[in-house]
Structure formats: structure tokens, C-alpha cells
Design a protein around this ligand. Structure first.
Ligand code: MD3
Ligand code: FE
Length: 210
């Protein structure tokens, strides 16, 4: 954090690839309210380690909220930790996700679920595609809080060389259209301390699942 970044209050609007719109700082003006809402989700549905499709625990910790119908589609019977149903999505976050989608050209987006990822120093997320949502015409809205990360944005094939994008506190990306099925991941988080989130990076992804 330096003086310049405190003065730089206008969010950006960058099309990193067709259909992938990066709006740096869009969540900053309300970051404390948004993060308080994230904490209410975690209080109702505790973070737990994500599990790979092959059953291995991952470094990233996750939880979810939203519509019970999305929960039914997402619920993984192989993961016994996920017996609790999801708490509702906080209205503040729902409204913000829609505002983000509208700004990026997706005025009809109505998320029914919000997935929370929490990273700490060393946590990474391997390259993968998000293909479990029912309607791939709908975008995904992603919002970052806390420590920065290097986000890897690849192509439609796993071997395509990914582009590295620095994501910082308050950054928003909306993924839709031709970028919806790109491979993506997160490089191992560097250690640090953020005034709002402590030693963590949080990423919220708003999705239409049911
Ligand atoms: C890129 N989360 O939860 S933002 C995930 O930072 C996930 O925690 C990351 O990947 C994180 O699945 C990245 C989410 C994201 C979602 C959909 C995408 C990135 C995407 C679709 C295409 C390209
Ligand atoms: Fe993903």
C-alpha cells in the first residue's frame, strides 16, 4: 500500500481476453462491509479443505452459500464434511455480484451460489476448468480480498501457456462468453499480512448452478 494506491479510487475496466473483464479495485469502496458478510458465511458454514475429484485434500479451504437447489447440484456425497446445508447468500454480496456482471455486459446474471476460497502462504490452485455449472452461457463473477496472488489464465487446452495476472484486494473479474472455459489456477501464495484479512487471501466466485 502506498499513497498512490490510496488515491487511485477509480476502478479499471480491462478486457484481458474476449469475455474476461478485469475491474481492479471495484470492491474497494465497500470492502469492510463485504468482508464482514464473508465472515457471516464462514460462521454459519465453517471452512474445510477442498477435496480433489480423486479424493485428496487440497491446500485451499472452502465454503459455500446460496440457494438449496444449487447446493443439491453441488453437494458431493464423497465428502463427508459437507453435511451442513448452505446458509443463504448475503444480500449485499448478491447485489454486488449483479452490479459487477452488469458492468461487464451480462445484465441477466442472477447467481444462486457463492463459493469461498481461502488461501494462506504456500496455498496454490492447480490449472483447471470450471465446468460444473449448468448454464455455461452465464458468466462467473470473482472477487478477491486480502493478500495478492498471481492468477494463471490459460487457454481452452491445458497445455496452452497461461498468462499471469496480479490480483489484489478489491479486484473483480467477470468470466464469460469465449473465456468461460479457459483453464485457470493460482500460484503458491506469498506470505504476508493484510489489514483486513490477516495472513489470508479470500476469493469469492458467484455462479449460477441450478
Ligand atoms: C477463469 N478460484 O474456485 S477466480 C475456483 O482465485 C477458482 O480462488 C480462483 O478457480 C481463485 O474454481 C480463481 C475464479 C474463476 C472462475 C471461472 C473461470 C476463474 C476463471 C473461468 C474461466 C477462466
Ligand atoms: Fe476455477
Amino acid at each position: 500500500m502506498n499513497l498512490f494506491s490510496q488515491l487511485e479510487v477509480e476502478p479499471t475496466h480491462e478486457e484481458v481476453f474476449p469475455g474476461a473483464v478485469l475491474m481492479r479495485g471495484l470492491a474497494l469502496p465497500e470492502d469492510k462491509e463485504f468482508f464482514a458478510a464473508v465472515e457471516t458465511i464462514i460462521a454459519a458454514a465453517p471452512l474445510h479443505h477442498a477435496v480433489t475429484p480423486s479424493g485428496l485434500p487440497m491446500g485451499v479451504m472452502v465454503t459455500d452459500c446460496g440457494d438449496p437447489r444449487a447446493f443439491a447440484n453441488r453437494w458431493d456425497p464423497n465428502n463427508p464434511q459437507r453435511v451442513l446445508s448452505w446458509p443463504p447468500m448475503p444480500r449485499l454480496l448478491y447485489d454486488f455480484a449483479i452490479r459487477c456482471a452488469v458492468r461487464s455486459g451480462f445484465p441477466r446474471f442472477r447467481p444462486d451460489a457463492c463459493h469461498v476460497n481461502r488461501y494462506q502462504a504456500g496455498t496454490k490452485l492447480g490449472l483447471h476448468q470450471d465446468r460444473h455449472e449448468c448454464d455455461l452461457q452465464q458468466p462467473i463473477v470473482s472477487v478477491s480480498f486480502g493478500l495478492e496472488c498471481i492468477f494463471l489464465l490459460g487457454g481452452l487446452q491445458r497445455i496452452d501457456k497461461p498468462r499471469r495476472i496480479l490480483l489484489e484486494h478489491g479486484d473483480v473479474i467477470v468470466w464469460g462468453g469465449p473465456s468461460r472455459m479457459r483453464f485457470h489456477g493460482v500460484q503458491p501464495l506469498k506470505p504476508g499480512c493484510h489489514p483486513l484479512t490477516g495472513p489470508y487471501r479470500y476469493n469469492l466466485t458467484f455462479r449460477k448452478i441450478a
